[in-house]
Design a protein around this ligand. Structure first.
Ligand SMILES: [Zn+2]
Length: 439
């Protein structure tokens, strides 16, 4: 490990060693802030640091103007840990086999580190940005908490409209599919929507010795079977999916490359086939629903007065919450059950990949990750970035970090780790982005 990489690795390790999970008390975040200002003294000395709603942070580095500011984001909290499953203590920040281990290594202390390191180094080099640069950081992203909504409120109250926002949610994946021969730098341009629904079947109860017809669970299971048998959520090759798939074509060979490159023409043939090949494509092309919770009687011999199932829906951009609720209403009536919207939101707007802002970010990625295919990407999960389309037309999800699929699978899991060798490139990316951004 060269000296620069080792310094970065040790500093990221310090952030991991200062535990801040979504369950941590406020003192842990205060300690985390102290460590940040020790590692990034130039930021402490030369930017405006504002604490918002508890321990969320909004840092402003003043540029030559305040027009079209740039905003980076990364959250301070990590998922909770179960120590038993870890090969190293989860907050040890151990550096071994060229990797840094611990909670937050991928999600999301690496993003926090890279963004702040780039700013700190540029300040140290005497650089003054063309326009204001912000860093926004929630302390409760993992609980979909109030940090970022309050940051958004502050931005709106103060008329701050970042032209570009970059948060977590995309990465440089070194082995995305076996047929893809190059690493893929995936820039998230849209997030799928999210819904939680409760479906309840009622009855007059009764004893299991003389069961009536159509008990609550029979109706609920008929409903679940109906949903899983029928293709109610039609797949569609939306423009963002076409852009993503054609982007991958350059990283493949032979017939696969040909097919992907001409995906727009082949849409009618391919769209119905893809979801059947792999759950990934199903999630990419359509809205999905998964039943996750259930409840009924307190005793095995009592028919429940009320039984319920809860489902989690992930909305594609072409199927809205209103479409979903129309469908659930119809099916609920058919199966004699009731449905309740616990919470739901549509997919975010799609960032225009032909816009100057997107092209600028894409070009910075291409300059740093020369060996990679750079593609726009549909984010299935939720990030804090989704709030920012309210103030920015170009809210993107991209952590400049090389990760293997195996490393990505450790997100929120045991043995989270990252390669130290990926750190310098990540800092270089943010430095290039900030130093060449003209506002
Ligand atoms: Zn995260």
């Amino acid at each position: 490990m060269d000296e620069r990489t080792l310094t970065y690795a040790k500093e990221l390790a310090r952030l991991i060693q200062t535990p801040t999970t979504v369950l941590s008390d406020t003192v842990y975040f205060e300690k985390f802030h102290e460590v940040l200002w020790e590692i990034f003294p130039n930021i402490k000395a030369q930017t405006e640091i504002k604490k918002i709603f508890g321990n969320a942070l909004l840092i402003k580095w003043k540029g030559k103007t305040d027009k079209n500011p740039l905003m980076l984001m990364g959250h301070q909290d990590g998922a909770p840990v179960n120590e038993e499953g870890w090969d190293v203590p989860p907050f040890s920040g151990e550096i071994k086999d060229g990797k840094i281990w611990g909670r937050g290594a991928i999600d999301d202390k690496n993003t926090v580190y890279l963004s702040l390191k780039a700013i700190d180094e540029l300040i140290g080099e005497g650089f003054v940005p063309e326009t204001d640069v912000y860093f926004a950081s929630s302390d409760n992203e993992e609980a979909a908490g109030e940090g970022t909504p309050h940051i958004l409120e502050y931005l709106q109250e103060n008329g701050i409209k970042p032209a570009i926002v970059i948060d977590e949610g995309g990465a440089v994946v070194t082995d995305i599919f076996s047929m893809v021969k190059k690493p893929v730098a995936a820039i998230g341009i849209i997030e799928k929507g999210f819904g939680v629904y409760k479906f309840t079947a009622k009855s007059h109860g009764g004893h299991t010795t003389t069961p009536p017809k159509n008990t609550p669970f029979e109706r609920l299971s008929a409903f679940i079977t109906d949903i899983s048998k029928h293709n109610y959520f039609k797949p569609k090759m939306t423009k963002e999916v076409v852009a993503m798939i054609s982007g991958i074509s350059g990283a493949t060979n032979g017939i696969v490359s040909f097919v992907l490159k001409h995906i727009k023409l082949l849409k009618p043939i391919i769209t119905p086939i893809l979801p059947k090949l792999d759950p990934f494509f199903k999630a990419l092309l359509s809205t999905t629903i998964t039943f996750t919770m259930a409840g009924g009687s307190e005793l095995p011999n009592v028919i429940p007065n009320e039984a319920y199932v809860v489902a989690n829906t992930r909305y594609a951009s072409h199927f809205t919450v209103a479409d979903g609720e129309k469908l659930f209403k119809k099916l609920a009536k058919k199966h004699d059950i009731e449905f309740e919207n616990i919470m739901a939101r549509d997919a975010t707007p799609v960032v225009d990949i032909n816009s100057e802002s997107y092209k600028f970010v894409e070009n910075c990625v291409k300059q740093v990750y020369k060996d990679c295919a750079v593609i726009p990407y549909v984010v299935f999960g939720a990030t804090d970035c989704r709030y920012m389309f309210n103030v920015s037309p170009c809210a993107l999800r991209f952590t400049p970090f090389r990760l293997s699929s195996e490393q990505m699978s450790k997100m929120h899991a045991d043995n989270e780790n990252v390669d130290a060798s990926a750190l310098p490139e990540g800092v270089d990316f943010f430095k290039l982005l900030i130093s060449t951004y003209k506002g």
